[in-house]
Every structure is written in structure tokens, then in C-alpha cells.
Design a protein around this ligand. Structure first.
Ligand SMILES: [Zn+2]
Length: 421
């Protein structure tokens, strides 16, 4: 593999590279082509030729659903049983330690990981209950400024829907979100007056001109149908800002006809779906002494067949909701491919970590077209089986045409934050 650090400055022509046809406006699977790089951008032609030997090239990634504020607390707050309830309770207890410095240092650590793996845009959720919003949002805004030009950052507030009321503390949270250019977010699960809460939430978002991002039905209880309720309310109210729905696990446990009917409503409402397959695999269908039978992943094939925007994202990293992960979206796509049988099912699933999430969130679209920034990830792999067989730890990441230092931060940096207070 070419060592980009030893190449002279000046225009280059990467000959004999392999790219997904869907990214260069062609039909079919992978195609061999050439990419010219000039002045930090992709150019139409020209440059000193370099034979890339068939290396796969992708534009840098978009990770549209993360929890940077929770990341890397595992050593001090491990999930006691690996369950969803254990995750909720453990994180809630850990909140006492979420000073601006604590959240900020863990967030910066996570962003350095994501950057090294080739990600250039991230949306994170930020726990915003019980006064945490006043700490985390200004700290997030500072991180967004610091990372500008390397990773485009967005944030969505996170509260449980039983913590929502039209005239309670969430109004202040919504104002903080609006002040920081954020997205209004909430977790939906069955509660008695769910429809009223969703309507009130969307009214607050509309009054402030905010987009919406929901965690929905992160459970295998088939009776959890908050996605269905949300889709119907969005359609009925005509709420017209982009709406994202994450998880949607219960669809996979419902009777087929019912789940597909809900997806028809999601399509009609124009909701953007994001699946978090690694976190689902960890939390869903976990029972002590019993082998899990269900994967938790939502109905991604059926959703795409209905024209719904489907993306995959990291979700949690090294926290009680997911013990592992490193904000490597290639790992997410590799795992999603295996968990969801994306192989043998069309050629353009790579778009679920590129232009689909970019469009859902309003990030600049990752592109290989002339004029786009030369923000590229290059692999020794020459086809999908080679790409997904290895972690691709030796990938090269170019930002504006230059190879970045891909050294990952050392976990020991965070040791002092993990000590017992
Ligand atoms: Zn999440």
C-alpha cells in the first residue's frame, strides 16, 4: 500500500482504485476507476499517476447516532448484567460525575477515535435531564468549535418521554437546544398519554424551528408501538422538519403484517430510520443462563423496499449500553452486513453510512465527484469480502488530500476519571 506521507506535494492521479458503482453514478457492484486529487479536492483529471493496485476507496463516513457524553465510562460504571435496565440505572448513577471536564475529556477521546477511523460528521445525543443540559451543551458547543474542519458535529437532547411536559423543565431544555443549534430529541416507550406528549414535543420543536430525533421501541416487546404512533402524528400534524427514528427493535418481534403496516406509515410520514445493530445485539434478548435467539436489528430490508431512508450508526461506546465499540463506522457496516444479511441484497448498502445519514441530518454529502473535498478512506482490500474479513486497521485516511496521523488515543489517558471518588 502506498505511503502517502512520502509522496510529493502536487496533483495526484490514483489509478486502478475500486469504488462502489452507486457512488459514481453507475449501476452494479464495484467498479475500477481513477481519482485525481488536486489542492485538497477531487479533480476531474490530471495529476502524477500512482498505481493503487485495486485498493478500495470510500469517502469519509457519517455517524448519525452516537452518545459521546456516555462514552468510555465502562471501567467505573460497568453494566452489572448486560441488560437494558442495568444500563439505564448504571448511567443514571454515573451522572453525578458528569462535570464539564469529565464529559469533555471523554468526548474528545471518542472524537479522536472516530477521526482516526475516517469519520467526518457525527450526531451525538446528550443526556439533558435534571440539569445536565446546562453542563453538557456549552461543553459540546466548545468541542464543536475545536473540531471544526475535522469532524462536523451535531447534538440532540435526550430525555425519557415520561420526563416531558408542555410546561415543565423540558421547555428550558428546548431553549438550550435552540440556543446551541441542536436537534430536539426524546426517548419513546409506551406511556398512557404518549400521543399528547409527542404532539407537545413536536409543537415545541416547530416553535423553535428544530428538527427531531427519537429513540423508539428499543425493546423486543411487540406491544411497544411508539413508532407507529409517531408516524401517524407526524402525518396528521404535517410536522415538516426532518424526523429521525432510532432503534425500532420491536418491529422485529411483531406479527409480519402489523410490522409492515407500521413501515408503510413510516414511509408515508417520511421518517428517517437509523439502526444501531451492535448495541441491539448486546442488549436485546439478554437473559441470564439463556442463549439469545433474536438479533434486535430492525426491518432494514423491508424499510428500504418502501423507499425509507435507512442508515446504520455506532450508538454507544464502552458504556453500560454497549461494552465495546470505538466509533469505527466501518466496523458498524461490517457487523450490520453480517447481522442483517446485507450481502446478497443489493449493491448500495454502503450508502447507509454515507449519503443516507448525511441527508437525514443535513451534513454535506460524502462524494467522490470532482470538486468534493479529498476526504477519503483507502483500504488494501480490493472487494467486499476482503474489506469485511479484516478490521482494516491499516487503512489510510486522507483529509483534504493529506494523510492524517491515525494513532488511536491510549485508554490510560482516562484512568484518573475512572478512579473511585
Ligand atoms: Zn442511542
Amino acid at each position: 500500500m502506498m505511503d502517502f506521507r512520502t509522496l510529493p506535494d502536487g496533483p495526484l492521479r490514483l489509478e486502478n482504485v475500486t469504488v462502489p458503482a452507486c457512488l459514481v453514478g453507475q449501476a452494479g457492484g464495484l467498479v475500477r476507476t481513477a481519482l485525481s486529487l488536486d489542492g485538497g479536492r477531487i479533480a476531474g483529471k490530471g495529476g502524477t499517476p500512482v498505481d493503487m493496485g485495486g485498493a478500495m476507496v470510500l469517502p469519509c463516513f457519517v455517524d448519525m447516532h452516537t452518545h459521546l457524553d456516555k462514552g468510555h465510562i465502562w471501567p467505573r460504571s460497568p453494566n452489572p448484567h448486560g441488560t437494558f435496565t442495568g444500563a439505564l440505572e448504571t448511567v443514571r448513577a454515573d451522572h453525578a460525575r458528569w462535570s464539564a471536564e469529565d464529559v469533555g475529556r471523554r468526548m474528545d477521546f471518542a472524537l479522536r477515535c472516530a477521526f482516526a477511523h475516517g469519520t467526518r460528521a457525527i450526531r451525538t445525543h446528550l443526556d439533558s435531564m435534571e440539569g445536565q443540559d446546562a453542563i453538557s451543551w456549552p461543553m459540546f458547543a466548545a468541542a464543536r468549535d475545536r473540531w471544526r474542519g475535522r469532524i462536523d458535529l451535531q447534538a440532540a437532547c435526550l430525555i425519557g418521554c415520561d420526563g416531558f411536559s408542555r410546561d415543565g423543565a423540558f421547555r428550558d431544555t428546548a431553549d438550550i437546544v435552540a440556543d446551541h443549534g441542536g436537534v430536539l430529541g426524546m426517548v419513546l416507550y409506551p406511556v398512557d398519554d404518549l400521543a399528547d406528549r409527542i404532539e407537545g414535543f413536536l409543537e415545541m420543536a416547530a416553535a423553535r424551528g428544530l428538527e427531531a430525533d427519537f429513540h423508539v421501541d428499543e425493546t423486543l416487546d411487540p406491544g411497544s408501538e411508539t413508532l407507529r404512533a409517531l408516524a401517524d402524528i407526524v402525518t396528521a400534524t404535517g410536522f415538516d422538519a426532518p424526523v429521525t427514528v432510532g432503534h425500532c427493535c420491536s418491529l422485529s418481534a411483531q406479527a409480519e403484517a402489523r410490522a409492515l403496516d407500521t413501515l408503510d406509515r413510516v414511509a408515508a410520514a417520511g421518517l428517517n430510520m437509523v439502526s444501531l445493530p451492535m448495541c441491539n445485539l448486546y442488549l436485546q434478548d439478554r437473559h441470564a443462563g439463556r442463549t439469545p435467539r433474536m438479533r434486535g436489528i430492525t426491518l432494514v430490508h423491508e424499510a428500504r423496499a418502501r423507499g425509507i431512508s435507512v442508515s446504520f450508526a455506532s450508538d454507544n461506546t464502552r458504556d453500560p449500553f454497549y461494552a465495546y465499540g470505538d466509533l469505527d463506522i466501518l466496523e458498524v457496516l461490517r457487523q450490520a452486513t453480517r447481522i442483517g444479511h446485507l450481502d446478497h441484497a443489493g449493491d448500495d448498502w454502503v450508502r447507509t453510512v454515507l449519503d443516507h445519514p448525511a441527508a437525514a441530518c443535513g451534513f454535506a454529502a460524502p462524494s467522490l465527484a470532482p470538486g468534493a473535498p479529498a476526504d477519503l478512506v483507502l483500504f488494501r482490500a480490493r472487494e467486499w469480502t476482503e474489506l469485511f474479513a479484516r478490521p482494516q486497521a491499516d487503512r489510510i485516511v486522507l483529509r483534504q488530500g493529506r494523510a492524517i496521523d491515525r494513532t488511536l488515543p491510549d485508554y490510560a489517558e482516562l484512568d484518573d476519571l475512572m478512579e473511585t471518588p
